[in-house]
Design a protein around this ligand. Structure first.
Ligand SMILES: Cc1cc2nc3c(=O)[nH]c(=O)nc-3n(C[C@H](O)[C@H](O)[C@H](O)COP(=O)(O)OP(=O)(O)OC[C@H]3O[C@@H](n4cnc5c(N)ncnc54)[C@H](O)[C@@H]3O)c2cc1C
Length: 450
């Protein structure tokens, strides 16, 4: 069925919103292609009608980057594993495939992502488009794990790119913010399925920050969580168990797994959610409630499949800003962030986190060409204070920080351009791929200065 302007009839709702519900759009036409061909036909028709078109993933960005204005290409039905090259450890997924589905499908083929973010509800294409990352000084973001892409350009043309085939298009699209083309399929370099040993501890903050570089270098995957005002932090150390015989690294008895699931459900999800609701109703009780909250982060150790350890569920809605600073500047940046949050007596309602990642070639990855420390500041959505985040932005900028493309920040093209050596190359590739700017929205125009 096609509408009068040649576009397929709408196949999705006319409203869109982000996960945190802070970004919305209404009255947009929504198409949900199920195949690469349907996607291409929809884009060719949209181009003929001159419609501004935005592709959306799972809505898991905290900015208005994905906000559609006229036409929305919803990729939630463009899902599934397309091809596996088992000896080469490569797998190709359709762009809308949720990361959790991709991780499970890989595991059933004996493969795994090398590294993953802390939640897996994002679409694989949406995640790579903002350089979504996990933690580990030896590991790149998801964009860095991609080896080939199938793209549909604004004209509807289907093109392939990789490190060797149209390499400039590839480098631009790997973290392409949805403005270069729509990623129809993603080929990922994987590794053999592996287990992770997870160890979590409460540690004294000051020595931890003083030795942060060493701690990050000595662990496969390291992250820490800290609540402003507290003099301790919760550390999470994940060790890869490739070389251990599988019977030594089994995920634990059913009872042990059951206890962990209850711990996750009650102490780590329900308790923080309930405490945030209580804090909203009785702000004066906040200090006491926060002490109770620290109970939810007790020490524990367990082993499980890698994707089950990398990610955890996020029951509480929050708003987030995240910045990438040179790894060597991480301790000093953290201390200044700490000062701002303590000066502002910020009640975030959620701990901030600190992670790291390896340098990347991807042109617009915030980890481009440098070892990176990531600081993520989350605030319970009902208590969002823009002033706190503006003060933090100054700290991050003073330490050569680059904002996460999917997080909140106030930067525009004139500040972003000097941060990226390939900024102009990116713009040139975008211009060639979509000369009429059909894939841009107002947010992308502001970010890119178009
Ligand atoms: C609870 C939560 C936890 C998070 N944890 C992490 C984390 O651990 N690490 C981290 O780095 N980030 C994290 N994020 C941020 C998140 O991973 C990114 O913002 C990601 O881009 C969201 O993916 P999405 O599928 O929801 O895409 P959307 O938010 O819908 O879109 C993001 C961008 O991708 C573009 N896009 C979507 N699909 C396509 C496509 N098929 N082709 C081309 N462009 C496309 C959109 O146009 C837009 O520009 C988290 C977010 C939430 C809400």
């Amino acid at each position: 069925m096609t509408a009068e302007d040649g576009l397929p009839s709408e196949t999705g709702p006319a409203t869109w919103s982000t996960w945190d519900r802070s970004g919305t759009a209404e009255g947009v036409r929504t198409l949900r292609p199920q195949t690469v061909e349907q996607l291409s036909e929809a884009m060719a028709a949209a181009a003929a009608a001159g419609l501004s078109t935005r592709v959306t993933g799972a809505g898991h960005s905290f900015s208005l980057l994905a906000q559609p204005q006229q036409l929305r290409l919803d990729t939630s039905e463009l899902v599934g594993l397309q091809e596996v090259d088992r000896p080469g450890r490569r797998a190709t997924f359709l762009g809308g495939t949720p990361l959790i589905q991709a991780a499970r499908e890989l595991d059933s083929c004996g493969l795994a992502f090398s590294n993953l973010p802390d939640t897996l509800h994002q679409s694989i294409a949406g995640a790579i488009s903002t350089a979504t990352h996990g933690t580990g000084a030896g590991f790149q973001s998801l964009s860095g794990q991609v080896v080939a892409l199938t793209l549909v350009l604004a004209s509807g043309e289907i093109v392939e790119c990789s490190l060797t085939q149209r390499p400039e298009l590839f480098q631009a699209t790997r973290a392409g913010l949805g403005v270069v083309g729509v990623i129809a399929a993603v080929t990922v370099q994987c590794e053999d399925s592996f287990r992770l040993h997870s160890a979590e501890f409460n540690e004294s903050l000051e020595p931890l920050i003083a030795g942060l570089g060493e701690r990050m270098a000595s662990a496969d995957h390291f992250e820490l969580y800290w609540n402003p005002g507290s003099d301790s932090a919760h550390t999470h150390i994940m060790s890869r168990l490739h070389r251990l015989p599988s019977e030594w690294s089994a995920p634990g008895s059913r009872m042990a797994q059951g206890v962990r699931r209850s711990d996750d459900a009650v102490l780590r999800r329900a308790l923080p959610a309930a405490l945030n609701r209580l804090a909203g109703a009785a702000p004066r009780a906040i200090p006491g409630l926060r002490r109770l909250d620290s109970l939810s982060l007790s020490s524990r150790r367990y082993t499980d499949l890698s994707y089950k350890v990398f990610a955890s569920s996020r029951p509480v809605k929050f708003l987030q800003t995240e910045w990438a600073v040179p790894l060597e500047q991480l301790p000093e940046t953290f201390r200044e962030v700490q000062k701002v949050l303590e000066r502002e007596q910020a009640d975030l309602g959620l701990p901030l986190s600190v992670r790291c990642s390896a340098p990347e070639e991807t042109w617009l990855s915030p980890a481009h060409a440098r070892y990176t420390g990531w600081i993520t500041v989350r605030q319970f959505w009902r208590r969002w204070r823009p002033e706190t985040f503006e003060a933090l932005e100054e700290v991050f900028l003073a330490h050569d920080g680059r904002p996460h493309w999917g997080g909140r920040h106030n930067l525009q093209a004139e500040q972003l351009r000097p941060m990226y050596a390939h900024w102009d190359d990116f713009l040139a590739v975008r211009e060639q791929a979509d000369p009429r700017g059909l894939l841009l929205n107002d947010t992308a125009r502001g970010l890119l200065g178009l």
